[in-house]
Design a binder for this molecule. Structure first.
Ligand SMILES: NC(=O)c1ccc[n+]([C@@H]2O[C@H](COP(=O)([O-])OP(=O)(O)OC[C@H]3O[C@@H](n4cnc5c(N)ncnc54)[C@H](O)[C@@H]3O)[C@@H](O)[C@H]2O)c1
Ligand SMILES: O=C(O)C1=N[C@H](C(=O)O)CCC1
Length: 270
């Protein structure tokens, strides 16, 4: 049995993760963390998630559960994730991070924790379909070549705080690498004004927000006379939660290291 605590337990993903852990016979819910001042502190995490009582109260202190926890799943905020990760790693707790908006510096800091023995999965999207899309883009972009202009379009619900989505950023990084471009330098985020004709050496990135959209990502390869579009649409957050549960099971037998969902799903050699 893997004892799992959820960070951001009252959030959209947190409630889905609490439910997923409670329903999984290989996992046991050991803790549920929220920010200090959260009105739901002290409430039963299962009840908050719309399930039966889990016997785990939402707390703002990791000390309430860390000694009885094997793994933490963190879908909260960049600041919270980066503050907690060193403390969890120091306690020998495995960490599955779904939080987006992490900087390159944040990812380097996570890697340095794994050099000291931590086991971490960090992935901007834990669905099987999106991770297959990552692998497909790495193959398709070099095959189509420079004649095909690449644009990435994502759409999410109107509560999402970061843009572009972590998934779109990862798509951009994969596509840039496949084209010999630099994601940070060569990405055009939206276009406005007299920007001139599109150059070959750029990737367009467009973030749409509205309603309750769970998460749509499309990569467009556009050439003279045709275009190819690869699209993934998530219709339920359950797909992300299922991936996170796979991640903690993967970490239970993994060596120290910083992993992504390509490792968890065995897509590295696809
Ligand atoms: N990797 C994936 O597959 C995936 C999928 C969906 C969402 N996400 C990401 O997960 C994050 C959360 O998304 P969401 O839609 O659930 O957002 P949300 O705002 O509904 O939930 C975030 C929760 O974290 C809590 N939180 C904030 N600071 C905290 C702290 N210091 N300690 C403990 N809890 C704290 C908030 O109170 C909130 O309940 C975002 O970064 C989002 O982009 C990733
Ligand atoms: O709802 C969100 O927020 C999502 N965030 C992830 C991202 O930024 O890529 C994954 C999809 C849902």
């Amino acid at each position: 049995m893997i004892r799992v605590a959820i960070v951001g337990a009252a959030g959209r993903m947190g409630r889905m993760l609490v439910t997923g852990v409670m329903l999984d016979p290989e996992l046991a819910l050991s803790g549920a963390l929220e920010y200090s001042g959260c009105p739901l502190l002290g409430q039963d995490a299962g009840v908050v998630a719309g399930q039966s009582a889990a016997g785990v109260r939402i707390t703002d202190k990791i000390e309430d559960f860390i000694a009885n926890t094997d793994a933490v799943i963190d879908f909260s905020s960049q600041a919270s994730t980066m503050e907690l990760a060193p403390r969890l790693a120091a306690a020998g707790v495995n960490i599955a991070i779904g939080t987006t908006g992490l900087t390159d510096g944040d990812k380097a800091a996570l890697r340095s924790l794994t050099a000291a023995g931590a086991k971490i999965v960090q992935a901007p999207n834990m669905s099987i379909g999106v991770n297959l899309l990552f692998a497909l883009c790495a193959k398709v972009a070099p095959l189509l070549g420079e004649d095909y202009d690449i644009e990435v379009v994502e759409m999410h619900h109107n509560k999402k705080k970061d843009a572009p989505s972590g998934t779109a950023e990862r798509l951009g990084e994969i596509l840039a690498k496949a084209r010999g471009l630099d994601y940070g330098h060569d990405t055009r985020h939206g276009r406005v004004g007299m920007v001139g004709a599109r150059s070959k050496g750029e990737i367009g990135m467009h973030a749409l927000r509205g309603g309750d959209v769970v998460g749509d990502h499309t990569v467009i390869f556009a050439a003279e006379g045709e275009r190819v579009e690869l699209t993934h649409k998530a219709s339920s957050r359950e797909t992300f939660a299922k991936g996170a549960l796979r991640a903690v099971k993967f970490l239970a037998t993994a060596k120290a290291g910083l992993y992504d969902m390509q490792d968890v799903l065995g897509l590295k050699d696809f």
